[in-house]
Design a protein around this ligand. Structure first.
Ligand code: FES
Length: 158
């Protein structure tokens, strides 16, 4: 099965499983993003048809929620905590460093496909602010230097 066929199968199954739930649009979008890492633009027509909505309505919801992405994520997703405790401990400065180091803003992916950047509001690691999460791993007391070391290591193991 080609990658595109496999992806279409996930799309069809997700829609078929969830379309009869009340307020099915958000569960379908979450289901697709959980399964595929993003919501493929070509799935919008299928979702709209199944839910009897216009494509513009589906697209409007996807773009309203920053959480949803319509492009594949990078190999690694970096979440920077923007909540109060981390801000008090310098996360704003770290955020600037990360953006300029990677050359991307929030909700973007580096040109080499290695890293995507997303904000998050508290990782439950406030005692070790500023905190970031890369993929499933949480890092505390992150400095510019330790961030550089972490991504160099991840880049090297790519
Ligand atoms: S405020 Fe950043 S981990 Fe809680």
């Amino acid at each position: 099965m080609t990658e595109l066929n496999a992806q279409q199968q996930v799309i069809d199954q997700t829609i078929a499983t969830l379309k009869d739930k009340p307020g099915a649009l958000l569960p379908i979008l979450h289901g697709l993003q959980d399964a595929l890492g993003y919501i493929p633009p070509h799935s919008v027509a299928d979702i709209a048809k199944a839910l009897n909505l216009s494509r513009a309505e589906v697209h409007g919801v996807i773009s309203f929620y920053h959480y949803f992405r319509d492009t594949p994520p990078g190999k690694h997703t970096i979440h920077i905590c923007r909540a109060e405790s981390c801000q008090a401990m310098g996360s704003t400065q770290l955020e600037s460093h990360v953006k300029s180091t990677l050359g991307i803003d929030y909700h973007e992916t580096t040109a080499d496909g290695q890293f995507s950047l997303e904000p998050v509001y508290c990782l439950g690691n406030c005692a070790c602010s500023p905190a970031i999460q890369i993929d499933k791993e949480i890092y505390g007391r992150v400095s510019n230097e330790s961030f550089d070391a972490i991504i160099n290591e991840l880049g090297a193991s790519a």
